[in-house]
Ligand binder design. Structure first.
Ligand code: GLA
Length: 726
């Protein structure tokens, strides 16, 4: 049993193998958060500190007790208007225009298995792998009920949270802000680790102390965004990769989000994660229910590596789904950087032949095959094969390719529309636009109103009719702009459009994976603009960044690795000089960096020398050999590429018998010193043999003194070291 309720103390305790989460219904019926951290037994209500603080008011029910204030006690689900002036989890406007909702405990139930969510992605588990708790809170005045749901996956040290808000009153209420999860810590000094970026430079690691101020990250873009990833970490100041306590919150959602961390007047810390409340105002009429997206929580008492391991397992085994969840993903050659919009069917076929000769499994025909699409100004929305451009039908082309023994994949951007398209000419009102105003264009395109079912249905049918024309193994689902001009013709309440849009997107994706269970989906949004656990529920891999430069990728993939497993990171070898940075890196380096992801190529092999092609053949063989270790092994960050000259990381098989170390020199100097990389995760007391040299190393020394990297001239050298336990 991982969930316990003690009636006498009205105490809820959630245990995972290494963590404990506890809350208590107090004497007035409020639900107070007591504890989250290292696994422990007993009741932690001794942590509650009652004191009379000026300007921290008292609920009426507390009578003359000036020491009882919701402003100073740790809350499980704080609501605006109840005397707690810290950041709220819920802002609800009543029918009379007042902002208040006093949530008191009503009931609870404990269930076997992990709850699921209708229409939304969520962590899943076998019945015996998880337990769920539902605590129902009720506001006696409005009739609003709030179900707080918890899912516990003990072996992964994962706790999930979500909230369901039901209007059982008479009047309409409006949700102005719904945060899914709140973590109140009564003590501690933390750092906030978050991942910021921009298009083609996503998920840069940032660590800042939590002070008496509110730090907020989020996205108003209708997508999780390149600018901030919906995953944060709270770490003790002294926490590092290997030691110390840390917590994370990951949003299982692909639209706008908000995450806030604040140190309060009493020295407590509050962290919240949920929907972006700007552009959000969701009415609930009598009898209606609102379901928030899920947040994944995890705790590690063994530093950031342990935290990432928890999240990697959770996402790999309890978020990603489908035939390719556990592996077998094809090594692909994508046409984009090799051809951009300029190709014919014959060109794609030629790429497929080249790819076949290199040992690659699949050719992906990227943007440019449909409608009138020779550049990014026109064609989006017209999901009809441009046979004039290809010079043949899709079925014909794909047959030629599959006859080679190759798989075929194709690119779509289902959510967008070009003004210069037949679809726009037929249905100009299907694009998001505010009446009387010119819309904001981005990459010349507009966004389809996916909050409208008829729009989703039309595009779904168009996409299916393409997928039904040929033997298509893979779809790259792209989304190349942020959402603006929030206005839907289907509703008078524009504050619900962005949320309903994401539900429309998920409905489409769910229908797609149901109809094509063997299809591999790769998410993409100008690279990693929608790299989140929500998309990973449908697409087990996401194109990590439009930046394919091996050196920039070290940082992008490092940042991504904190919250997401390597098996989700789309990563390709591209040509040099790199198209985004102009940098020239060795092919070997590009290969080693791309291997720390779902490996592939994105170039025209015709421009490679025979020597380079020979090297690619070896790379492909090497990746195939190490693929399981890379995608299923424990991933360790060995250095921080933001602050250290050498980027290094490694994979260790679960039983510790094999390890693959990768290192890239970001700098080169005269009279270079030797770089020693301290390895991790090896079996203490054992020895390992390095395959290429046959040299034997003691594991403890490798972890203590390090492995000396070769000192060689040349820019951006990279090394891959395979070790086997003897
Ligand atoms: C986005 C993607 C690229 C490519 C182009 C095509 O930018 O991230 O990989 O598919 O769109 O237009």
């Amino acid at each position: 049993m991982s969930i316990h309720y003690q009636e006498e103390e009205r105490l809820f305790t959630l245990h995972t193998d290494n963590s404990t989460y506890q809350m208590q219904v107090d004497k007035y019926g409020y639900l107070l958060h007591l504890y989250y951290g290292r696994r422990t037994e007993g009741c932690m209500d001794y942590l509650l500190f009652y004191s009379d603080r000026g300007f921290s008011g008292n609920p009426y029910i507390a009578g003359r007790d000036k020491t009882y204030s919701l402003d100073t006690l740790p809350q499980e689900y704080p609501v605006m208007g109840t005397g707690d002036f810290r950041n709220p989890a819920l802002i609800l406007c009543n029918g009379d225009g007042s902002f208040s909702c006093c949530l008191l405990y009503e009931s609870h139930r404990i269930m076997k298995g992990k709850y699921g969510l209708e229409g939304l992605p969520a962590v899943y588990a076998e019945k015996e792998e998880a337990e769920s708790l539902e605590i129902t809170m009720a506001d006696p005045v409005s009739g609003v009920k709030v179900d707080l749901l918890y899912g516990v996956l003990p072996h992964c040290d994962i706790i999930t949270r979500t909230v369901r808000i039901r209007n059982e009153g008479e009047d309409r209420v409006t949700l102005e802000n719904v945060q899914t999860a709140c973590l109140d810590f009564v003590s501690g000094d933390y750092d906030l680790i978050s991942f910021n970026g921009r298009h083609a430079m996503e998920r840069n690691f940032q660590r800042t102390p939590v002070e008496h101020a509110c730090q907020t990250i989020g996205s108003r873009r209708g997508m999780s965004s390149h600018q901030y990833n919906p995953m944060i970490i709270l770490a003790d100041h002294e926490c590092n990769e290997d030691h110390g306590a840390c917590y994370s919150m990951s949003f299982v959602y692909s639209g706008g989000f908000k995450a806030q961390v604040e140190k309060d007047q009493t020295g407590g810390t509050r962290a919240l994660m949920g929907l972006m409340d700007d552009l959000f105002s969701y009415p609930l009429d009598k009898g209606e229910t609102f379901q928030s997206p899920e947040v994944i929580l995890t705790y590690s008492g063994h530093g950031l590596a342990g935290l990432s391991h928890n999240l990697h397992t959770c996402i790999r085994e309890h978020v990603c789904r489908g035939r390719y969840r556990d592996g077998g993903r094809p090594i692909l050659l994508n046409s984009w950087e090799g051809c951009y919009f300029d190709f014919t069917g014959e060109d794609i076929y030629r790429l497929a032949v080249e790819a076949k000769n290199l040992g690659i499994d699949m050719i992906v025909m990227d943007d440019g095959w449909f409608g009138k699409r020779d550049d990014d100004i026109s064609g989006l929305g017209d999901w009809v094969v441009n046979e004039d451009k290809l010079g043949e039908s899709l079925g014909h082309l794909v047959n030629r390719i599959t006859d080679l023994g190759m798989k075929f994949g194709i690119w779509f951007e289902p959510e967008c529309i070009s003004e210069d398209s037949d679809l726009y000419r037929a249905h100009p009102d299907w694009a998001l636009k505010i009446p009387g105003r010119d819309p904001v264009r981005a990459r010349y395109q507009l966004v389809l109103d996916f909050s409208r079912k008829e729009v989703v249905d039309h595009i779904f049918n168009a996409v299916c009719s393409i997928l039904d024309q040929a033997d298509i193994s893979y779809v790259k689902w792209d989304f190349n702009r942020s959402i603006t001009d929030i206005f839907s013709r289907d509703t008078s309440v524009q504050g619900k459009v962005l949320y309903d849009y994401v539900l429309g997107l998920y409905d489409f994706l769910e229908r797609l994976v149901e109809r094509y269970p063997d299809l591999l989906l790769e998410g993409c949004s100008g690279g990693g603009g929608r790299f989140d656990a929500g998309m990973l529920y449908y697409a087990p891999q996401i194109w990590c960044s439009d930046n394919t430069d091996a050196i920039d990728r070290l940082r992008i993939q490092y940042g991504t690795s904190f919250g997401y497993p390597v098996s989700t990171m789309g990563s390709h070898v591209s040509a040099v000089p790199n198209h985004q940075t102009g940098r020239i890196t060795p092919l070997k380096t590009r290969g080693i960096v791309a291997m720390s992801g779902t490996f592939g190529y994105e170039l025209d092999p015709a421009h490679m020398s025979q020597e380079e092609k020979d090297e690619v053949v070896l790379q492909v063989e090497e990746y195939r050999r190490f693929r399981d270790l890379i995608s299923q092994g424990l991933y360790y960050r060995l250095t921080n590429p933001f602050t250290e000259e050498t980027a290094a990381w490694m994979f260790v098989s679960e039983d510790g018998s094999e390890a693959l170390v990768s290192a890239v020199m970001q700098q080169v100097h005269g009279a270079s010193l030797c770089t020693y990389i301290r390895l991790k995760g090896l079996k203490a007391g054992e020895s390992y043999i390095e395959e290429k040299s046959g040299r034997i190393y003691p594991a403890d020394a490798l972890m203590e003194a390090g492995y000396p990297l070769p000192v060689e001239p040349g820019a951006y050298n990279a090394y891959q070291i395979f070790l086997k336990k003897i």
